[in-house]
Design a protein around this ligand. Sequence first.
Ligand code: PEP
Ligand code: MG
Length: 746
Amino acid sequence: MAIGFETESRKLLGRLRDVMASGEAGQERLDKIVGLIASSMQAEVCSIYLFRDAETLELCATEGLQQEAVHQTRMRLGEGLVGRVAKTKRVVNTADAPAARGFRYMPETGEERYSSFCGIPIQRVGSAMGVLVVQSRDAREYTADEVYALEVVAMVLAEMTELGAFFGEGDAFKARHQESVMFRGTVGQEGAAGGNVYLHEPRVVVTNVIADDPEVELDRLRAAVDELRISVDDMLTQTTTVDADQKQVLEAYRMFANSRGWMKRMEADIAQGLSAEAAVEKEQSLARNRMGQADNYLRDRLHDLDDLSNRLLRILTGQGSDTGAEMPQNPVLVARNIGPGELLEYGKTLKGIVLEEGSVGSHAAIVARAWAIPLVIHANGVTTEALNGDPILVDGEQGIVHLRPDEQVQSAFNDKIAMQAAAQARYASLRDVPAVAQCGEVISLHMNAGLMADLPSLESSGAEGVGLFRTELQFLVRSQMPKRAELSALYARVMDASQGKRVAFRTLDIGSDKVLTYMKPNDEPNPAMGWRAIRVGLEKPGVLRMQLQALIRAASGRPLTVMFPFVAQLEEFRSARAEFDKAMERERILGHPLPSKMEIGAMLETPSLAYAPDVFFQEVDFISIGGNDLKQFFFAADRENERVRRRYDTLNVSFLTFLEQLLIRCRTHGTPVSFCGEDAGRPIEAVVFAALGMRSLSMRPASIGPVKHLLRRLDLTELKSVIDAARVRGDQSVRPAVTNWLKSQV
Ligand code: PEP
Ligand code: MG
C-alpha cells in the first residue's frame, strides 16, 4: 500500500477525532465528518446512512446530495445499493451505479448525476449499523487502497455510533443499541420474566479507536499477541486433562495466534491510523461476517478466531473476562450458549435466560426448567445487540424476547406476568388435593430435583416425592471430585428435607453433554451414544462405589431408593445391583446401620431394555422411563439438535404404542413404572401417558400444578378412546385429535 495513502488516511482519522472532541451537537458532527471524508477521498459525494430500526436505513448526513433529503430518504434493508450493502455487509464498488443490480433511483437526493458508487458497511463486531457511501461523477471504480481506507473510516464511524456520538437523549433517531429490538426464538422453558441483561461473556469496550502514533500501536499489538501466544502455549502444556476436542481448539488458537495473515492485516489497519484494539475489532468484524456464510467446520474455526480476538482485546484493554459488569438487579442471562455446569454456577438468581444457540433437550435447558426460569433459545443476534444492564423481557410462552422494550410492550408484558401469577395461585390451591381424574384413576405426581435448593419445592408443589434426583448436578457444580463424607452428608440432608417422602437417587449420569472438568474426558465421536452413565460406573467403579456407600450411610436406617441410569441390558442391571449388594455388605461389616428398606431400580432410556427378558422385570424393583434419552434413541434424533428433535412428536403413535406395550409388560410382571423425562411435565403429554396406563409421573416442580389441574378435569377412559381412534385412522400423531377433544372438555 502506498505510503502517501497511509499518511492521508491517518490525517483524515486525526481530523475525525478532532471533530469528535469538538463538543458540537451530533448532527453537526456528522455533517462535518461527511465533508471531511469527501474532500479527503476527492469524491463529490459522501453520505452516511444509519439504521433507524432493524429494517430501515435513513440518510443521516451528506456532502454532495440534496440537503433536503437528509432524514427524509429511507430505504429498507436489502433495498437499493445502500440496502444491499447493509444486508450483505459487503462492499459494493461500481463505476456505473445506475446499471448495477438492485439500483434504486431516489429523485429527492439528486444522485442521478453520479456514476460511480462505493458503499461500505458500517459495522461493529459483525453487527451492521449503517452504510458509508462515496460517489463521483466520473465513471470509475475505487481502488483497493481507497476501499480499504474507507473501511477503516467506517470502523471508526461504527465505534462513534456505538458510543452515542451522533444522537443523544431526545433525538427522534435512535442509534443502534438504543432502540427496541424483538427476537423470535424457540421456547426452552415457558413463563414470562422481565429484568436486565447480564452478558455471560461481556463484550470488551473499546474507547480509543484512533491513534496518533502507529509505532506505539504496533508495539502494543505485538506485545499483546506475544502474551496471547504464551498463554495459549501454557494452556496446551499445563493442562494434562485437556481432551482431544479442547486440544484441537487450542491448536487452532495457536495457529491463529501465529498466523502471519491475521497479524499483517491488523498491522495494515494500524498503519491507516487505527489503535491496536480497533484493528483487532475490525478483523473480528470481518470474521463474524464470514461466519454467517461458512460451513460448520469453518464456522467453528471462525468462532475460535472470535474467541481469540476477545482474549486479545482483553489483554489490550486490561478488561478481564471475569471482571465484567456487576450482576444487575433481576438478571436475565444472555449468552451464545451455556453448559449445565456454568449455568449451575449462576444459581437460581437468574430471572430469565436467552441463548443464541442451545437446545431444548440439553441439560442446561433442563436445569433452567427445573428452576422454572423462562428460557428462549435460538434468539439470533441477541448477543451482539444486547448490552449489559439493558432492560429485557423474556416471553417463554411464545419464544419471543424484547430488548429495550417500549412502554406499550412493557405494559402488555406486565399484564402477562400478572396473569401468570394468577395461574400460579390457582395451581397452588390444588397443592393438597389428589391428582384424581374424573374416571376415578389416581396418578401419583413426583418431582425431579438435583440440588439441595430444589428441596423446598417438595413442600410447595405438593409432590408426593422425588421421582428423579439427578446426583450428577452436585458433581457438575464443583471444581473437583466431591469426597464420600461430603456426599453422604448431602444425601442425608436431602432425606431429612424430604421428611420421609420417597427420593429416587439416580447414580452419577455423566458423559454426553454432562462433562466434569476434573475428570479426564473421552474423545468420542458421539458422546450421547458413548461411554456414559452406568457404562462408566461399571467399567470404572470407584466413583459408583463411593456414591453407593455415601447413599447407604446417608440413609442410616431409613428407607433408600436408588436407580441406575441408562441401563441397556439385563446384565448391566445385574452388575450394578451387585455393586450395591457389595456396598451393603461392606457397610454391614463396618458396623454402619443399613437402610430399613431398599428399592433398586433401572432407568429405561434405550428401547433395548423394553425387550429385556422377563426376569429383568421380575428382578428390578421399579423402572423409571427416561423419556428424554429414550425418545432420541427411539427416533434416532439427537435431543440436542433442534432441527431433528422437533420432527418427532412425543405423541407420535409409534412412540405411544411402544410405551403402551412396555406398560403392559410391567403390569404383567407387577413391576412399578414411572415416567421422569421432561414430557411428563407437559400437561397434554402427561394426560396421554396416564390414559395409556402410566400411574406415576415425575416432573419439574412447577409442572405439578398444571398437570394436576388438567388431569382432574378429564375422564381417562374417554381420552383413551380418542387416542385409539387416532391410531386406527392412521394419524401420525395423536396430538391434533387429543387437542381438539381437550377443547371440548375444558
Ligand atoms: C431422561 O433421559 O429422560 C432423563 C430423565 O435423564 P436426563 O435428562 O438427565 O438424561
Ligand atoms: Mg437420560
